[in-house]
Design a protein around this ligand. Sequence first.
Ligand SMILES: Cc1ncc(COP(=O)(O)O)c(C=O)c1O
Length: 395
Amino acid sequence: MPAPINPRLARLDDYPFRRLDRLLDGLSPASDRPIVMSIGEPRHRPPPIVAETLQRHASEWGRYPPTRGTDALRTACAEWLTRRYRLPEAMIDPGRHVLPVGGTREGLFAVALAAMPETRGGRAPLVLMPDPFYQVYRGAAVVAGAEPVFLPCTRAGGFLPDLDAIPDGVWERTVLFYLCSPANPQGAVADRQYLARLIARVRSAGALLVMDECYAEIYSEVPPVGVLEAVRELGGELANVVSFHSLSKRSNVPGLRSGFVAGDAVFLEAFLRMRTYGGGQQPLPVQAAATELWRDDAHVEENRALYRRKFEAAADILDGRFGFFLPAGGFFLWLEVGDGEQAARNLWGTAGVKVMPGGYLASEAGEAVRHIRVALVPPIDVVRTGLERLAEALG
Ligand SMILES: Cc1ncc(COP(=O)(O)O)c(C=O)c1O
């Protein structure tokens, strides 16, 4: 007899990177200098303070870390939120409103397990999410025993879900609403009014709004609005809202696996209880390094300046073609190319440039299949070459 496997796992598609490997299988990259822009892995230099702090705290590898994080880390996160979103001093209590996560991916997944009832309105609970979407939302919904509901995010709709198009019958069964702002892949930012309406709707449904704001610090000019700003304007009460933030993109340390969640104190207490049994912990030296990073904004400004130059280069090379637009946040281009899969194969085979077909990030045949996602993560000269090759190959 084979070992038992949770039948829900059979409902998980292959992750987009696997699908891309299969799509490109057997094709050799055209160039001897292939350029990979398919994966959103930041490649700017991590700040030196990371290695210094890990070294200084090396003796703490020998200690079990607290799941709820050190006071210093939670305080640094709360102070950063207060600075970044101009919140009143007392709004974020580091003792009740902040918990570290081992990268937001694991937190975004685990939050569904902590929130999910067996049923909602007598039927399977629903988890609402933008479409296209970060794949973890769907995986979390499925493994937690819920039905994912995909909310189309179209170019015409500003790449945000149309809240008015969600039927009351769906709200009645909704447990979680994931929203990514700035969005991966299109970089759209939900404004205050949108967020305020969403919060009100989620609250009246007795659901939880899970904001994925891991790209909050990557923008060219205007800092993207955060959900906590909308919460502040609604009176500062954090009920039914959690917001995830990450150091991966902000500080170029995707390997550190460090982020945090802030929001609803009652939910976070339950989340912590679950995590003390089975959650990932951040090692103490990592928590110390994360504390230093959240305290410092200078390295983030330098990081932003590097991305800004890449977007300027992209505008020079692509402007007016492939539906090019400058995103409000994040480090992706979302280009309209006819057939995303065909374009990805063509680019690899004839230009040695690897990109992600938009359809691999989406539920099914919406407009995403006509797009590719291009991550501006390599150094600027490589990005420039990559985009020049792309423009020529897709002409
Ligand atoms: C939209 C989105 N959310 C969350 C994550 C996870 O980031 P991390 O786990 O490194 O914090 C990513 C990473 O690519 C992402 O694109």
